[in-house]
Structures are given as C-alpha cells and as structure tokens.
Design a protein around this ligand. Structure first.
Ligand code: ATP
Ligand code: MG
Length: 228
C-alpha cells in the first residue's frame, strides 16, 4: 500500500520499506528517533528531503492533498478540534467532498462510544478523553483506508486510554484499516500490532512480527531498548 524508496528526512536516513494493506504496524524507539517525523510523511504533513514515497504504486505527491488526507487519516496525542460543536467538527472533512448528511453523526458517536446527544455539545466543554473520542470520530468521518496514530492514548489517564484502545481495536478490525501507530507502551503494541518497526539513530534497526520481535529481539539495540 505504501512503498518508501531511499527516503531521507532529518533524522531519518535512506529508508526503504513497504507497508501492505491491512497491516497493523507499531513504530517505536527512543525519543527523538524520528517516529513522528516518519508518520507525518504518510499524509504529507511533511515531504521528504530526498527519495520517493508511493501510495498504491503512485507517487504520493500526485494525489490531490485533500484526497490523500481523506484516505490517510491522522490522530495525534492531543485532540485536534476547532472551536464549535461536535457536529461542526464531524462534518467538516466529509463536507469538502459533498459527502455529509447529519444522520451520520449518530453512527460516528456510537463508534467512539459517546451518547448521540453529544452532537450539539461545544467541544471545549468536553473532557480530554471525550475530546479524543471526538477527534477519532472526526478522523473516521472521512472513511479512511489508513489510520495514522501518534501516541493516541499517551495523554490520557489509564482507564480512558484503555477504553480508547478498545475502540481503536474494534474499528481497525471492523473497517479492515491499515494502521501505523507510534506508541511507547509495549503492552499496547502487543494488543494492537502485528508488525513492529524499531527506529533508532535515523534507521530501521529491526522490522519483524509482533509479539515475536518483542519477546525475542534479534538486535542488541532492541534488547537494550526493551530492558529499559
Ligand atoms: N521542525 C523541526 N525542525 C528541526 N528539527 C526537528 C523538527 N521536528 C523534529 N525535529 C528533530 O527531529 C528529531 C526527531 O523528532 P521526532 O519528533 O520525529 O521524534 P520522535 O521519535 O517522535 O520522538 P518522541 O518519542 O519524543 O515523540 C528530533 O531530534 C527533533 O529534535
Ligand atoms: Mg513523536
């Protein structure tokens, strides 16, 4: 689904790898390794200094950016909502394509386990966990094929984090999504991932199956990282 050819973007150096349809990939590694930098290349929040990225065998730059971002949705650590109601936020993306009907809101809120009465609530009056659910619903409103997740639960308390994780797990399976998730939580990696990419010093140090690579790392670098 994605192919990286000699992609460099500081601190990442000459990355070559592929991501297949329906893969659930966990990107992990030390702080500053370039995980977010890598994730942002998938929906053109940044473009590589060198190399080429292909999405479905076409250079990623050849897609209109709104179309690319519709297909490749992103959820960040902190909720990214604009001031207004939940409905305002949910309808924004699909409306750009003339694909919105208000009745979709109920289903989206159901996906993220919020009551349908929340459609008219102002987002700035919701709790952090609720805002993160709305952010996820907003991403889902675009019917993405790929979900990019940058530490989506790390800013939440444990209980809320687990709830959102369950929602994610369900949605990813239900909609057959391809997922790329950055997380520092190895338990979460095992629950949601089937492939791991371990990044350090600007390079992929190890790329393998989860949980195998976490239980039996092949490289010294990964063993040391997991000990911490
Ligand atoms: N806009 C920028 N300009 C210059 N350097 C940057 C920029 N954004 C990030 N960096 C640097 O690039 C490196 C990788 O940053 P990145 O945010 O990708 O790391 P990360 O692996 O996501 O770390 P963390 O686990 O802390 O989120 C870091 O050394 C960072 O200081
Ligand atoms: Mg990061």
């Amino acid at each position: 689904m994605f192919r990286f050819e000699n992609v460099s973007q500081h601190p990442l150096k000459e990355l070559n790898f592929k991501i297949g349809k329906n893969e659930k990939v966990i990107l992990f590694g030390p702080s500053g390794a370039g995980k977010s930098t890598l994730l942002f290349l998938f929906n053109r929040l940044s473009d590589p200094e060198e190399g080429q990225i292909y999405f479905k065998d076409k250079p990623i730059g050849e897609y209109p950016i709104t179309e690319l971002r519709k297909k490749v949705g992103l959820l960040l650590q902190s909720p990214n909502l604009f001031p207004g109601t939940v409905l305002d936020n949910l309808k924004y993306g699909p409306s750009l394509f003339g694909e919105w009907e208000d009745k979709q809101a109920k289903q989206l809120l159901e996906y993220v386990q919020l009551p349908s009465s929340y459609v008219d609530r102002e987002v700035d009056q919701l709790s952090g966990g609720e805002q993160q659910r709305v952010s996820l619903a907003r991403t889902l409103a675009n019917s993405p094929e790929v979900l990019l997740l940058d530490e989506p639960t790390s800013a939440l308390d444990n209980r809320t984090a687990e709830e959102i994780e369950e929602v994610l797990e369900y949605l990813i399976h239900e909609h057959q999504l391809t997922m790329l998730m950055v997380t520092h939580n190895m338990k979460q990696a095992k629950r949601l991932g089937d492939r791991g990419i371990f990044l350090m010093d600007g390079a992929i140090q190890e790329d393998g199956k989860i949980p195998d690579m976490l239980d039996h790392p092949e490289t010294e670098a990964l063993s040391k990282f997991l000990e911490k």
